[in-house]
Design a protein around this ligand. Structure first.
Ligand SMILES: [Zn+2]
Ligand SMILES: [Zn+2]
Length: 239
């Protein structure tokens, strides 16, 4: 059981209470009576605990109030359901960007609507798309993000231009960092590009740290280590 190895959020020890407490789930924000939490007070409800990756991403992005997309991404990546590599990153990228963007805009309705839409669209991006189709799903995720915030369609003009442009920008950055694929590196790069793009083309500023410290290198057999801009050689805390 993943739970027995520690807290899904911070990796610290779990404690069990004699009397149940009313606790709020970290991912879905619903309150439940529970006998267990971590030493830092984190609680994950049974439903979220057994949810698949995309469900956790959706729930957390809808409930979080954070305006920092990389922080949201790192929090989600620490959950063992989000694998080192996998197509869930195709949804994670637009979801964390939509969450931060609409939190900044104070529009929770549009946030929830577009996150659900992004999930439907990201489901169509196959695993291994980067190597087999030459089009990394994290980059496509930034295209989904801009398409949703501009309400682009295949018939749009400026919205169409912007949606395709962001995909090309993040894809170029991802390509220039070289292979082999890393879903963490490429997600960070895509999110950073999207942050720059928003500032340049929309005049909006969602805060994107330029240098996230990758916590997952020890899980990645193909990590390029000192050739990766995010490598710090940290040991992951949650797994
Ligand atoms: Zn914890
Ligand atoms: Zn929950």
């Amino acid at each position: 059981m993943e739970h027995q190895r520690g807290c899904l959020i911070c990796g610290d020890k779990l404690i069990y209470l004699q009397n149940s407490e009313r606790l709020t789930c970290f991912y879905c924000n619903r309150a439940y009576d529970s006998n267990g939490k971590c030493v830092n007070g984190h609680y994950v409800c049974d439903r979220c605990h057994s949810s698949p990756a995309n469900e956790i991403i959706q729930q957390y992005c809808i409930t979080t109030k954070s305006e920092l997309p990389l922080e949201i991404a790192l929090t989600l990546m620490r959950n063992p359901r989000i694998k080192m590599h996998g197509p869930e990153h195709h949804f994670l990228v637009p979801a964390v960007l939509l969450a931060a963007y609409f939190n900044m805009m104070r529009d929770s309705e549009e946030k929830e609507r577009t996150i659900k839409k992004a999930r439907e669209r990201a489901d169509n991006i196959l695993g291994g798309f980067c190597g087999f189709y030459g089009n990394c799903g994290a980059a496509v995720g930034t295209g989904i993000f801009v398409s949703l915030i501009t309400k682009a369609t295949p018939l749009s003009k400026e919205e169409w231009r912007l949606s395709n442009l962001i995909t090309s920008k993040s894809l170029a950055t991802i390509a220039n960092n070289g292979g082999p694929r890393c879903c963490k590196r490429n997600s960070y790069l895509a999110i950073i590009e999207a942050g720059k793009f928003l500032k340049e083309h929309f005049g909006t500023k969602i805060e994107v740290e330029s240098q996230p410290r990758c916590e997952f290198s020890s899980l990645n057999k193909e990590c390029t280590r000192n050739n990766c801009p995010f490598f710090v050689g940290l040991v992951i805390v949650t797994k």
